[in-house]
Ligand binder design. Structure first.
Ligand SMILES: [Fe+2]
Length: 307
C-alpha cells in the first residue's frame, strides 16, 4: 500500500533562486551532491530536491510503501505492463522507478513518513464551547511568530488526461478518490488513510506542476508566511481562503517559475479504507473554495511549465 508522499524532485535553471524562495517559505536547505535538498525544520525527511537543468520541471515524485512490500509492488507493476527502472536523474536512491501514463516519473521505496515537529494543540473559544478560559491565545511573543512548515502534504499535477491518471493511480497504485470534478480535477488519498489528498490532478494541455502544499501549525502561520513572501517580492496567487475539497485553509504563492507553493492548515483526514467517506463529484468552482479574500485569478489554473 502506498502510505506516504516522501518528497518531490524539481529541475530548475537556477538553484540559488530556488534556495532563496524555499528558505523564505520556511524550509531548511542543504547541499547533497549537485542538488539542493529542502526539509521542514525538525523533520528528518527530504521534501524537495532541486536539481539543475535547462528549464523548470516537475521531474519526479517519491512515494513510500510499507516495509517488505517492494517485491510485491514489482510483481504488481509488471503484471500491469509498467516498465521498471533501477534509477534515473543520476540519483542513487533505494527503490524502483517507473512512469505514470503522462510520463511522470515515480520513485517507490520502502520508506515511512517521518514524524513532524510536534505542535501544541490549541484550544478554541467557539460559540457555546468556550475552552480557553483565563489564558491568552496571543501575547507580545506572538508578534515574533512566523510560518514554520511541518511537512509536505500533497501536490497537484497538471495532466492532459485526468481520468487516465486516476485509473492508473487507483487501479494500479491502489489509491482512492476523495473528491473530483469529472475529468477536470481529481483528488486522491492513500488507502492507508490520512490527508484528504496526497496527490491530485488538474486538466491541462500538458503535464506540469500546479502546486506543492505544506502543512503549518495554524491559521496565523498561513497569513504570516504569505505576508513574509509578499514582503520579499514574491507574488500571491490565491488566498487566503478555505477549500471545499479537503476543507483546509490555504494561501498560494507563486514560486520563481510560476508554479505554486501552498500553506495549508486543518485538512480533512480520511480513515484507512475510506470508511464513511463519501466522495463528491462537483464542479471545479464548487470544490475550490467556501470563501477566499479574492476570487481565484484566471491564471490560477494556468500551466506555466514548458512541454
Ligand atoms: Fe493544495
Amino acid at each position: 500500500m502506498i502510505r506516504s508522499l516522501q518528497h518531490v524532485g524539481l529541475t530548475v535553471p537556477d538553484q540559488e533562486i530556488g534556495r532563496a524562495f524555499y528558505e523564505t517559505f520556511g524550509l531548511v536547505s542543504s547541499v547533497v551532491g549537485d542538488d539542493l535538498v529542502f526539509r521542514c525544520d525538525g523533520r528528518n525527511q527530504d521534501q524537495v530536491r532541486l536539481m539543475s537543468g535547462p528549464q523548470k520541471k516537475l521531474s519526479y515524485i517519491s512515494l513510500g510503501v510499507g516495509e517488505g512490500e517492494l517485491k510485491g509492488w514489482k510483481a504488481r507493476l509488471e503484471q500491469h505492463d509498467v516498465n521498471l527502472s533501477d534509477g534515473t536523474f543520476g540519483l542513487e536512491l533505494d527503490g524502483i522507478w517507473f512512469q505514470d501514463p503522462d510520463g511522470g516519473w515515480i520513485h517507490l521505496s520502502e520508506a515511512q513518513s517521518e514524524p513532524s515537529r510536534i505542535v501544541k494543540p490549541q484550544e478554541f473559544n467557539t460559540p457555546g464551547s468556550y475552552r480557553r478560559i483565563g489564558t491568552r491565545a496571543c501575547s507580545i511573543e506572538s508578534l515574533g511568530k512566523r510560518a514554520n512548515p511541518l511537512r509536505l502534504g500533497h501536490l497537484i499535477k497538471f495532466s492532459p488526461d485526468v481520468s487516465r491518471q486516476v485509473v492508473f493511480y487507483t487501479d494500479v497504485l491502489g489509491m482512492k478518490v476523495s473528491d473530483r470534478a469529472g475529468d477536470i480535477l481529481a483528488f486522491l488519498y492513500s488507502a492507508a488513510g490520512g490527508d484528504h489528498h496526497m496527490i491530485a490532478f488538474a486538466k491541462s494541455s500538458h503535464p506540469g506542476l500546479h502546486h506543492l502544499s505544506f502543512e503549518v501549525g495554524d491559521l496565523d502561520e498561513i497569513a504570516l508566511g504569505a505576508s513574509n513572501l509578499l514582503n520579499h517580492g514574491y507574488k500571491s496567487a490565491f488566498g487566503m481562503g478555505r477549500h471545499v475539497a479537503g476543507s483546509n485553509y490555504f494561501h498560494y504563492i507563486r514560486d520563481p517559475w510560476n508554479s505554486l507553493c501552498e500553506y495549508f492548515w486543518d485538512i480533512d483526514i480520511i480513515p484507512e479504507g475510506g470508511s464513511g467517506w463519501v466522495p463528491l463529484d462537483a464542479s471545479p468552482e464548487q470544490l475550490t473554495a467556501v470563501w477566499a479574500t479574492t476570487p481565484p485569478p484566471p491564471d490560477f489554473i494556468m500551466n506555466f511549465e514548458e512541454r
